[in-house]
Each structure stands twice: as C-alpha cells, then as structure tokens.
Design a protein around this ligand. Structure first.
Ligand code: ZN
Length: 157
C-alpha cells in the first residue's frame, strides 16, 4: 500500500539542522513511531510531498528548504512588551521560556522570550524552526487505511 490521501502512516525519522550530520533536534524511533493521517494538514506540505507514494520498508532522506519548511524569520513577529504586561509568576519570565498568548482575533499562539531588558520583554512569535533548512532521514514502518472513526476525529487511534 502506498502513502496517499487518508492513509495512516507510521514513520521513524530523525530531523537535523544544517546538514545530515548536523544538530539532531527530533527523533522518532521504531518503538515509538510518528503516526499521522496523510493529507489532513497535520504535517508540512513539503514533507508530505516528499514521502507520497512510498510504502512500508521504504527509506527516505531529503532536505526541505526554508520556503518549504517554516519560512524565513519575520522580524515584525519579534515584539517588545512592557514588563507590566506579564501578570504571571516571575519564575516564567526568562530567556527561552515559551508562553501562551492570544492574537488580536483571540487565537492561541505561542511566543518565546528571546531577550529581557530593564524596560522590555522581547517575545519571538516565529516558529522555532523559522529560517532553517530541515534535513530528514527515516523509514516508512507502516501504511494502512484510516478507519472512518479516525477520519472523523482527524487523528490516529
Ligand atoms: Zn479520536
């Protein structure tokens, strides 16, 4: 069976930055594979395009350029806030802390504190992997049809 729309796909893979010998930032092994329903918008489209048509036992190794991955870093998504806006426990205010925010429409989003000065807390709302080329290497462990219930729920059971 080949990877295609509405198939449940199980993968083991490693994700590296810079090159295939670069920094390992994510790993799913055979004991705890990554599972998803293909074509439901859960994964990067660029990633899905690269593995479409593969079947169980196939190995893959590919690079996603910045524009196929999480895009360039948007400087306008790095914002200074006054300390007074953070009405939370001070222990959560440190460089590298990831905090929940709401945008103007009330949607949940995450921001990472990247700098703290006397008069501002600087928060980066870019995806943590923005600006990066991504290097994936892995194997297709299983491909099967999603059940009607899985399709309804939009996730793998
Ligand atoms: Zn469910």
């Amino acid at each position: 069976m080949n990877i295609d729309q509405n198939k449940v796909v199980e993968l083991s893979f490693k994700l590296f930055l810079n090159d295939f010998n670069g920094e390992l930032i994510q790993e799913f092994d055979k004991d705890e594979p990554f599972k998803f329903i293909f074509g439901t918008g859960y994964l990067l489209e660029g990633f899905e395009n690269k593995i479409k048509g593969l079947s169980k036992g196939d190995k893959f190794k590919f690079k996603l350029q910045v524009d196929e991955a999480y895009g360039e870093v948007d400087e306008e998504a790095i914002i200074d806030f006054p300390h007074s806006m953070f009405n939370i426990d001070k222990e959560y205010i440190y460089v590298g802390s990831i905090l929940p925010f709401k945008d103007e429409e009330g949607n949940d989003m995450e921001g990472t504190i990247v700098e703290i000065s006397d008069d501002a807390v600087t928060v980066d709302f870019n995806h943590p992997l923005a600006g990066e080329d991504l290097y994936f290497e892995g194997e297709v462990l299983n491909v099967r049809n999603a059940t009607p219930e899985e399709l309804k729920h939009g996730h793998v059971h």
